[in-house]
Design a protein around this ligand. Structure first.
Ligand SMILES: Nc1ncnc2c1ncn2[C@@H]1O[C@H](COP(=O)(O)OP(=O)(O)O)[C@@H](O)[C@H]1O
Ligand SMILES: [Mg+2]
Length: 265
């Protein structure tokens, strides 16, 4: 098996399609025969619910609990067996989250090396997966820093009409800060346009502006994810759009996008 790639899906703006992208990129890569682990690093647990976990608050062991165990353990004390916190699905696996994770921002801040806690959890899992995909919360806090510290690359979903140049600049500066200080490996894989209505002038104007501002420095993925009402229906049904309606435009776009990600090496 090729070496594992850990990818964070991040943008501190809410509603840019992060959770939808984490879910569908994961399912698309699994469809191609890859071993995939999803990691839900957002207390809102949208990714866990999309995976089919109906009541994240009733989980016996969520990401929050494992991170707390890592923070509190003495030196080489072993973690619980991963079968206790990795939930296996038919096609791919997940480490789910729930609202308890919201206290992690504080707990991680108060510990030496707190920004590497997620990395400590994921490094030993590299040998079992080809891709580990981390969904993040809409905030440039310690949880997102943990995701960046653990990742080989970051994908930034941007929704035209919703994106802000300043927000993107803050995010990119944070990535470079993490690269300098914590994780020299991390690269920005690129910007993914999501929830797009390609027929509108707003889309064309925003896309042109994004290309003008960042096109020279960052990759903008060729595939754009179209706005498709079925995505909302799939989310409600706790399924990926790839399973829910494989022929929909959004499903086809995510499959195409996954090929771009895989070809990126
Ligand atoms: N391609 C799409 N077409 C239509 N609706 C979408 C699409 N992608 C995401 N959405 C919807 O937009 C909202 C925000 O998406 P989500 O992935 O939760 O964003 P984030 O995780 O960045 O907050 C959700 O209600 C989701 O169902
Ligand atoms: Mg989300």
């Amino acid at each position: 098996m090729k070496p594992c790639k850990i990818i964070a899906i991040a943008n501190q703006k809410g509603g840019t399609g992060k959770s939808t992208t984490a879910c569908n990129l994961g399912f698309a890569l699994a469809n191609e025969g890859n071993r995939v682990l999803l990691v839900d690093a957002d207390p809102q647990a949208n990714l866990s619910m999309a995976f089919g976990i109906e009541r994240p608050d009733e989980l016996a062991l969520s990401l929050h609990d494992v991170l707390t165990l890592i923070l509190d353990r003495k030196d080489e004390e072993p973690l619980p067996d991963k079968s206790e916190y990795v939930i296996k699905g038919e096609k791919l696996d997940i480490i789910p989250s729930n609202i308890n994770l919201s206290v992690a921002e504080v707990n991680l801040r108060n510990e030496v090396g707190g920004e590497r806690t997620l990395s400590e959890l994921l490094e030993p899992l590299r040998s079992e997966y080809r891709y580990i995909i981390i969904d993040t919360n809409p905030y440039l806090g310690l949880l997102t820093i943990n995701a960046l510290a653990a990742s080989d690359s970051i994908i930034i979903p941007v929704s035209p009409g919703l994106w802000s140049a300043t927000g993107l600049t803050d995010l990119i500066q944070t990535v470079f800060k993490v690269k300098r200080k914590i994780n020299p490996r991390i690269e920005i894989a690129g910007i993914l346009l999501t929830i797009c209505d390609e027929r509108t002038r707003l889309f064309r104007e925003d896309k042109a502006l994004l290309e003008e501002s960042y096109g020279g420095k960052l990759k903008i993925f060729r595939t754009a994810i179209p706005h498709t009402v079925k995505v909302g229906a799939a989310n409600k049904a706790s399924r990926s759009i790839i399973d829910f309606d494989p022929s929909s435009k959004a499903a086809q776009a995510y499959l195409e996008f996954a090929r771009e990600v895989a070809d990126n090496g």
